[in-house]
Design a protein around this ligand. Structure first.
Ligand code: ZN
Ligand code: FE
Ligand code: FE
Ligand code: ZN
Length: 267
């Protein structure tokens, strides 16, 4: 079992368990390393509008980093990486870059959870899908994802087709949209995350779809693995399935990171 680079902590207000329990779960599963990637503070909102059940507070970020550093020492030489799941917000690139510059992250996951301020992957906001033309919504989502890649701020594009989470289908073939966004990801040098959380939501399909992963392989885009665990027992969840899928598509390695430099681990 290789690495799990998408793991949350209870600092975000909607995950449970101690970081030590996530590490123990990773070791039990036979993972070679773990990377924590909790939600970045909601830098894109005024402080008073930030929801403590969505992401850690700004003052928790240095504590989060320090806690991982302490655990690196405690579990040495077993590798624990310092990651972050950073929301991309068009027009806020400078602000995000400023935050990212302050810490020595091993890697940065780039995510889109908001469209025009609507947290579309939050079950509490699911009723708002009704307001949208789904095909336009999908196009807007992938357009923003392309912008995220183009920003050059991210090492990994996380759960690239998160917009499918609740199973609302756009009613159009997505091949063209995928190709366009993959060109931007390829140009940016970012890799794509294979995220097993998609198997635990109504859509019941890995993020991104197998079709998208095949196009990644054709475009020689490397992939990274994540469970998006919000509970210790979900670390490495369903990795045997995605490893099988990746090998069947042709991949024989996944990405690892050290201080934002990329390495590879055979699968
Ligand atoms: Zn979360
Ligand atoms: Fe996410
Ligand atoms: Fe996440
Ligand atoms: Zn996520």
């Amino acid at each position: 079992m290789p690495v799990d680079y998408h793991v949350h902590t209870k600092l975000c207000g909607h995950a449970e368990g101690e970081m030590e329990e996530y590490i123990a779960a990773a070791q039990r599963r036979g993972l070679q390393e773990i990377g924590f990637s909790d939600h970045i503070p909601m830098y894109f909102l005024p402080v008073e509008e930030r929801d403590p059940s969505v992401a850690m507070r700004e003052e928790d970020l240095p504590r989060y980093i320090q806690k991982i550093k302490d655990l690196q020492q405690k579990f040495y030489p077993w590798p624990i990486k310092i990651g972050i799941e950073a929301d991309y917000t068009p027009g806020m690139e400078m602000r995000l870059a400023e935050i990212l510059r302050q810490y020595d992250f091993d890697y940065v996951l780039g995510s889109i959870h908001f469209i025009n301020g609507w947290g579309f992957d939050n079950p509490a906001n699911i009723h708002e899908y009704k307001k949208y033309d789904l095909w336009e919504l999908y196009q807007q989502y992938f357009y923003t994802l392309g912008q995220a890649a183009g920003s050059g701020l991210f090492d990994v594009i996380a759960h690239p087709d998160l917009i499918k989470k609740f199973g609302f289908n756009p009613g159009h073939d997505l091949g063209g949209v995928y190709r366009e966004v993959l060109q931007q990801i390829s140009d940016s040098g970012a890799c794509v995350e294979i995220n097993t959380a998609g198997l635990r939501v109504p859509k019941n399909e890995v993020y991104p779809s197998p079709e998208f992963i095949k196009l990644c392989f054709e475009s020689k885009i490397p992939v990274c693995l994540g469970s998006d665990a919000h509970r210790p027992e979900l670390v490495g969840a369903d990795f045997h399935l995605v490893l099988e899928l990746l090998r069947s598509i042709g991949y024989n390695q996944v990405v690892t990171f050290n201080k934002r430099n990329r390495n590879y681990c055979r699968i």
